[in-house]
Design a protein around this ligand. Structure first.
Ligand SMILES: CC(C)(COP(=O)(O)OP(=O)(O)OC[C@H]1O[C@@H](n2cnc3c(N)ncnc32)[C@H](O)[C@@H]1OP(=O)(O)O)[C@@H](O)C(=O)NCCC(=O)NCCS
Length: 180
């Protein structure tokens, strides 16, 4: 069992676990088609879909299935996105999203770097990976800024229901490998 930090403080952000009171903020970006464009889940249509979300996040955290943090600005404590990772033995993957009105400030890179650094600090993790749609230029850039390398392009890998329902699309596989 891992012991992820409940809170990760970066120069401009606080990554923290979700609470039921975050529901409205989570719905605001979870319903946004621009945010959902390259996601593999359909955007939210009803705030009720988030009923119990914080509790579900807590159950996954406690079982070790997934560790998810909301990305918040320290002065307001307002969630502006989320980031999560999953550990499977020697490997781990992560994913992130940010509300559109906070794009373009380097926040996603800062949050991703922090979670990446935590994962890379676990001695048993020798492979950290992330996939992204081949058209998702901003995410590709983030993964490259983390000094991850493109290992492969996975053909017809994932369905992006908000972009092309039912049509599997190509994705890049980015990795960091512990070489020692
Ligand atoms: C991906 C996402 C988190 C990026 O947010 P962001 O605020 O733009 O991220 P950052 O500012 O940290 O970095 C983005 C980088 O990509 C670059 N970029 C952004 N849009 C780009 C585009 N259309 N083409 C090329 N580069 C782009 C930025 O210039 C920046 O690089 P730089 O620091 O070298 O200038 C945001 O677009 C998002 O939430 N998208 C929806 C969810 C999503 O796709 N998540 C990733 C799933 S794999």
């Amino acid at each position: 069992m891992h012991h992820p930090p409940a809170e990760i403080v970066t120069p401009r952000l606080v990554l923290r676990r979700s609470r039921p009171s975050d529901t409205a903020a989570r719905f605001a970006f979870g319903r946004d088609p621009e945010v959902g464009r390259y996601m593999d889940w359909a955007v939210l249509t009803d705030i009720g879909q988030l009923d119990g979300a914080a509790e579900r996040n807590a159950a996954k955290w406690n079982s070790g299935e997934e560790y998810a943090w909301l990305i918040t600005l320290p002065d307001t404590d307002q969630p502006i996105g989320n980031i999560s990772c999953r550990i499977d033995g020697h490997s781990a993957d992560f994913g992130y999203l940010l509300s559109t009105d906070h794009w373009g400030h380097g926040y996603a890179t800062e949050a991703a770097q922090a979670v990446f650094d935590w994962l890379a600090g676990l001695p048993e993790i020798v492979r950290i990976w992330a996939t992204c749609d081949t058209d998702n230029a901003a995410s590709i850039r983030i993964l490259e800024k983390l000094a991850m390398t493109r290992e492969a392009t996975l053909r017809r890998w994932a369905i992006r229901p908000n972009l092309a329902p039912g049509v599997p699309r190509d994705a890049h596989m980015y990795v960091w490998i512990r070489e020692d």
